[in-house]
Design a protein around this ligand. Structure first.
Ligand SMILES: [Zn+2]
Length: 484
């Protein structure tokens, strides 16, 4: 067993290369590549991993910028995997370090979800753990894997990776997300199907020869009406939302021959989404029949619900406790405070509610004081529940393959929402660099617990099987659908 001193050594090894990891985070921020097209960002991570002695397999799961980096320390032993993301968001181009909305390039992309730091933090964990194991060569056989996962934002890259089997053979997964506060991720998430419905009709002069036209836009609208009636007859927590991605054109005097909508169909369990999806398909078929159009389905992606793991979560929380609260300098806080000042009044209400719930011993004044801190340094108490947060993540698909733990790190200004220009502008700050190093340490330490303590690994696995309750992972995306 690695004692506290061993973990201090591990932590020191990560500190020793902190500049390298922060540099990778900033460089990925600069590229701000989106979805599956992440060539430069993947190159940057790969070049570091290669230099550090990892073997690289690139282009896995039919995605050119998805990769697996593997470091083997001796023969056998547990296989621990760090999940990394590095995709940005379209439309969020934003200058760094300024306190107003100021795109670098109109319509360009930006790192509004902190995945630049996410990738670099996972890199810190993988390289740090590798350095630690290498120093004890042979004594601790283990394999460290780093999974480069494209398109977390709406492309579900990890679902394609899970479907292709690249996650197989891993004993535990670790990941993190930069956020507003420090805590172990302690809940499930909604399973989600993302599917396009395309309708094809016949164009005609809408006044002169309407009888010759068959409107694809009518079909879309009939489908929406049908789905709106369906909402009353699905499980309470289900969510069905749609966007018209093609409404058939700008001319009312032309019967619209082509129209499309993208649907997201979500529920707490994959097994609940499937029948709702089938009913939505029936409604689309009905809409096509009513409007005399043809309907075609095009899969975009899908992800499962997240399977929590209490054994790994607790181990992770212990390591966070061991490292203590995060500490930011006055200068870092002052910078964060300037971003808080750009937010609408009351933006920290969500944080205040969470603080109140998490620290019931605090007086109302103390809750308010903590919620008005520009950066949250305190470790929040450990909570683990099966309830689903009203959102989806493709980390879920990995969590079906093996026990998974992830942490959130408070390194963004309090109350600033993700996917905002404030997050992009703050993305290269020293606070973000601190956050990713902290995350790297926690993940590496928890992975070391799994390597060192066969009982923890076995306990996490037993719990995982129990939570799956005999179900096997089935990727919802049909086999013939490729990432696009
Ligand atoms: Zn994200």
């Amino acid at each position: 067993m690695t004692d506290k001193n061993g973990k201090k050594t591990l932590s020191g090894l990560i500190d020793a290369k902190a500049g390298l990891f922060a540099g990778v985070s900033d460089a990925i921020w600069d590229c701000a590549e989106t979805r599956f097209d992440l060539e430069k960002s993947a190159d940057m991570l790969i070049s570091v991993l290669e230099k550090e002695g990892f073997a690289i397999e690139r282009g896995v799961a039919d995605m050119k910028d998805a990769f697996v980096a593997t470091y083997k320390n001796g023969e056998g032993g547990p296989v621990v995997g760090f999940l990394a993301e590095y995709d940005a968001l379209p439309g969020l181009s934003q200058e760094s370090g300024v306190f107003e909305r100021k795109p670098i390039r109109e319509g360009g992309s930006g790192h509004g979800c902190g995945h630049n730091a996410l990738g670099a933090g996972s890199l810190a964990a993988a390289v740090g753990l590798k350095d630690f194991l290498a120093a004890s060569a042979g004594k601790t056989p283990a394999t460290v894997k780093f999974f480069g996962c494209p398109a977390e934002e709406s492309g579900s890259g990890k679902a394609f990776m899970a479907r292709s089997g690249v996650f197989g053979g891993t004993d535990a997964f670790f990941t993190w997300h930069p956020m507003g506060e420090n805590r172990v991720w302690g809940c499930s998430s909604l399973a989600n199907y993302q599917v396009y419905f395309h309708f094809k009709g016949l164009s005609a002069h809408a006044a002169a020869a309407p009888e010759k036209g068959r409107s694809a836009l009518d079909a879309l609208e009939l489908m929406s009406v049908g789905v709106n009636y369906l909402r009353e007859h699905v499980v309470q927590e289900a969510r069905i939302h749609y966007a018209y991605t093609n409404a058939g054109g700008m001319a009312p005097n032309v019967v619209q021959s082509d129209a499309s909508a993208l649907y997201f169909i979500r529920a707490p369990k994959s097994a609940q989404v499937r029948p709702i999806f089938e009913r939505v398909v029936d409604i689309a078929k009905g809409a096509a029949l009513m409007s005399g159009t043809a309907m075609e389905i095009e899969w975009d992606s899908a992800c499962a619900e997240y399977i929590v793991n209490d054994a790994l979560g607790r181990a992770m929380h212990e390591n966070m406790r061991e490292l203590g609260d995060t500490k930011y300098t006055d200068e870092e806080k002052a910078c964060a405070r300037r971003y808080v000042a750009t937010l609408p009044e009351g933006s920290n209400k969500g944080v205040a509610d969470l603080i109140k719930k998490s620290f019931p011993e605090l007086e109302p004044g103390e809750v308010e004081a903590m919620a008005s801190e520009p950066l949250q340094e305190k470790l929040f108490p450990y909570v683990m529940t099966d309830d689903a947060l009203p959102g989806s993540t493709d980390v879920s698909d990995a969590s079906w393959v093996a026990p998974t733990a992830q942490l959130l790190v408070g390194c963004y200004p309090t109350g600033a929402p993700s996917h905002s220009w404030q997050w992009v502008a703050f993305g290269k700050s020293p606070a973000i660099h601190k956050g990713l190093i902290y995350a790297g340490k926690v993940m590496a330490m928890t992975a070391l617990d799994v390597i060192d303590d066969p009982e923890l690994a076995a306990k996490a696995k037993r719990e995982h099987l129990k939570r799956l309750n005999g179900e096997k992972y089935v990727c919802a995306i049909p086999e013939n659908v490729k990432p696009h």
